[in-house]
Design a binder for this molecule. Structure first.
Ligand code: ADE
Length: 263
């Protein structure tokens, strides 16, 4: 009886390679919420996959009031994750629940949250020594190298979109998100009130052009975030125009205190 099942207005083909019995998942606390979607922590009552030792997972779903486009975006994200394959430094797909109920996209859980908050939380502690910062930087590079080898352009690489897992393994998240480049509103702040334009390469800012090399620019800003322990880049730049002027006058982010010249 479809009346008793919320969000059941879609039907998806069964993909037995990835399908998980939704009865094996116990949904828990909210991990994050966007405009159209939400991520929830879940424990699996049973090993969901024979070779998967993790019993805690993150489950992505759309929220009530979503549009068809929001659902299409979640489906696309899931399909991109299936296509790209597995790498230790990206958030991998664990499986999905696509039958008889709302679509759940089940991904690896990051026990230490996002890298930006992690850096802020642990700055001024012995934990974040030079070796650790270098390890974080290297792991993001390995994950991005893999995505680039799979012809995936991230388009929003930033410390807020990188997650910290058990054993301080760094994993890149949200690489499968459909980003409607034409609709990019450079004046719109993100949920934290910050302008995502500060991670964008000049050619992305001006011509909405993105490729692996514009991801490399974003990686540079992310390196600056790591070595600044989660600081906001270009603190004195408030608008799109100011950022363009700043970059065009050949000004760049400063070398963070304590960051070696080699880095
Ligand atoms: N927030 C968003 N995605 C997450 C994940 N996979 N693990 C932990 N927190 C998250």
């Amino acid at each position: 009886n479809s009346d008793s099942i919320p969000f059941n207005e879609y039907e998806f083909p069964l993909d037995s390679n990835w399908e998980i019995d939704r009865n094996k998942l116990n949904l828990g606390e909210n991990l994050g919420e966007g405009e159209f979607g939400r991520v929830v922590k879940a424990t699996a009552t049973d090993f969901i996959k024979a070779n998967n030792k993790c019993n805690i997972v993150a489950v992505k779903m759309v929220k009530e009031g979503h549009t068809d486009a929001d659902m299409a975006s979640l489906v696309r994200e899931m399909e991109v994750m299936k296509m790209i394959g597995q790498h230790i430094n990206i958030i991998n797909l664990v499986g999905c629940c696509s039958q008889e109920g709302p679509l759940y996209v089940v991904v690896e859980y990051a026990s230490h949250g996002n890298l930006k908050n992690f850096l802020l939380k642990h700055k001024n502690t012995d934990f974040l020594d030079q070796e650790r910062l270098l390890s974080f930087s290297y792991q993001v590079a390995r994950g991005m190298e893999y995505l680039a080898s799979r012809r995936c352009i991230h388009r929003d690489l930033a410390a807020r979109n990188v997650l910290v897992c058990d054993d301080y393994i760094i994993k890149i998240a949200d690489f499968g998100l459909a980003r409607d480049i034409q609709d990019t509103d450079y004046y719109r702040k993100n949920t934290n009130g910050r302008l995502p334009i500060k991670w964008m390469a000049p050619e992305s800012l001006q011509e909405k052009f993105y490729d692996t090399k514009s991801d490399v620019w974003s990686y540079g800003v992310l390196l600056w975030e790591i070595y600044s322990y989660g600081e906001q880049p270009y603190k004195n730049v408030a608008t799109y125009e100011e950022l363009l002027n700043y970059l065009h006058s050949n000004e760049r982010l400063d070398q963070p205190p304590g960051c070696s010249l080699n880095m």
